[in-house]
Design a protein around this ligand. Structure first.
Ligand code: ZN
Length: 205
């Protein structure tokens, strides 16, 4: 009976076409994810003036791009900051994007080691933009402890620390607050994204 012969062939062909379609979709998604990641890398390099030659993953799975191999202490401090962030996010009823692997942290060269009072404070000099003329403005640029690079994929930059690693955990938690709010509470995100209008961290209690 022809039908007995044809049916398996038709099924095989359907399966083949389905797999082909899935492969094409997967490849398109992969390509657009890659393009997004490239854009984020370009933006991080533009903001910091650094080149991030080292790619790494923290013990808990966060993505790291750094100017040189990060210390284990630096990696663990980043994980702790994300752990703290996820805990306070859940406490506020947020559940989206609370996975270590969702986050990319750029570790840049510090543009200063100490703040005006002489305290150890590795920070990044960035263009003043909306902070121009405010108390933060140091003449066209401001010193930032951390800065969000992109909301999607979620990424931010901090400076390399040699000590005071608890400051790193705090910065990760604080920059992460903007990203958690962006994906979980758009109204609160809008109200808190720009510190030049007042308000700082922590936002989530
Ligand atoms: Zn902030």
């Amino acid at each position: 009976m022809p039908i007995a012969i044809h049916r398996p062939v038709t099924l095989m062909r359907k399966l083949y076409l389905t797999l082909l379609a899935l492969a094409i979709i997967a490849s398109a998604l992969f390509t657009s994810a890659n393009a997004q990641n490239r854009q984020v890398m370009v933006e991080a390099q533009r903001v910091t003036g650094d080149v991030f030659t080292v790619a790494a993953v923290t013990p808990k799975g966060a993505n790291i791009y750094a100017v040189r191999q990060p210390s284990a202490a630096m990696m663990n401090a980043i994980d702790k900051g994300l752990t703290d962030l996820f805990a306070v996010a859940r406490k506020n009823g947020y559940s989206r994007r609370l996975n270590y692997a969702d986050y990319t942290v750029f570790i840049a060269n510090a543009d200063r080691q100490k703040d005006a009072s002489g305290k150890y404070s590795p920070d990044i000099a960035v263009g003043a933009a909306q902070y121009a003329g405010t108390e933060y403005d140091k003449g066209g640029y401001i010193y930032a402890a951390g800065m969000v690079i992109a909301n999607n994929p979620m990424s931010f930059v901090i400076a390399e620390h040699k000590s005071d690693l608890s400051r790193v955990s705090d910065l990760v938690r604080f920059e992460g607050e903007h990203l958690v709010l962006y994906h979980n509470d758009p109204r609160r995100y809008e109200a808190t994204m720009d510190h030049s209008r007042g308000g700082g961290h922590p936002i989530l209690q």
